[in-house]
Design a protein around this ligand. Sequence first.
Ligand code: PLP
Length: 385
Amino acid sequence: MKRVYLDHAATTPVDPEVAEAMARVHRDVHGNASSIHAEGRAARAIVDEARERVAAVIGAEPSEIIFTGGGTEADNLALRGVLKAHRGERDGLVTSAIEHHAVLDTAHDLEREGVRVAVVGVDATGRVDPRAVAGAIDGRTALVSVMAASNEIGALQPIREIGAICRERGVVFHSDAVQAVGAVPFDVRELPVDLVSLNAHKLHGPKGVGALYVRRGTRLATVQTGGGQEKGRRAGTENVAGIAALGLVMRLAGERRERESVRQAALRDRIIDGVLARVPDASLTGHRTERLPNNASFVFRGADGPSLVMALDLEGFAVSSGSACTSGDTAPSHVLLALGLDAETAKGSLRVTVGRATTSGDVAAFLAALPPIVARIRGAAAVPA
Ligand SMILES: *Cc1c(COP(=O)(O)O)cnc(C)c1O
């Protein structure tokens, strides 16, 4: 059976050009980037070039990029590193109710260590109100962390407005832009953000590599100590092949973003319009227009999300319910609850996310397969035990 992969918000297939570049590094470059001999210098050159590429795509300076082991680590470094740097002066963190667990669970962990955490809610379309952020900031706030785009419902956040408020109040602003970079315009020369998390595997690159952008002058303490790599800001021997891949992923995303986002948004809109027209009692989650070009997410009242995912899987479609990290979990998604949905409705969630290889034929096949599956799952739920 032909598989149709529609779960690009969870992860994406590695671009063959990127896989090839990684294999080449693994094969030909074995030096440690900290060694001063020729082998080490060859590895260092690859890391330096990748740093320039990543920086160039978001309008940063190479010295403002710290390579990490992925998006989760970048988020942890941002939150823990900024709060640690302000220890004894400011102990407040403001974040939103719809953050990825990498931010939200880190915030709650910091709370157990004595950090004062304020979580602002969202409106019914999943957008954070900048005025709510302004209201949550006080004289003790060190950091505000609000994501650029939701991995679950695709909602784009008003980070320009939130960043402007942070500037005015003298508070550091971090944005988890793992889903946004490469999908929507993102340039730190014109966005008032101080730290930005990104990774490779949501952009057709490998898992386990990412970066944190840190604006020059931003106070950030080290949270991972060791050999002093990344100018002492993130110790550990560099993942040279992964970093090379991230550099290439960012370059390709930069080159393809405009064309690909228009193409994907058209597929997304066909999915949204098609599902709402064909499936009774379905609603879109997230904002209709202020959303990622690749994200269509829904709730189907009376249908169990994980059951839908399994039934679609049997018919060749890979989609998800909630986020990859929470599915398998029976609790309804914190993001959907933050929209004001009741727990029962939130359980019927389905997220469909397209990618570079998705075709209009894939979308048509999905739209044909979904309605009878939803009807069947609803019917099964309605049968008295
Ligand atoms: C995937 C994702 C992460 C986690 O990144 P990893 O590289 O998988 O650790 C963090 N934030 C968002 C918004 C994501 O989509």
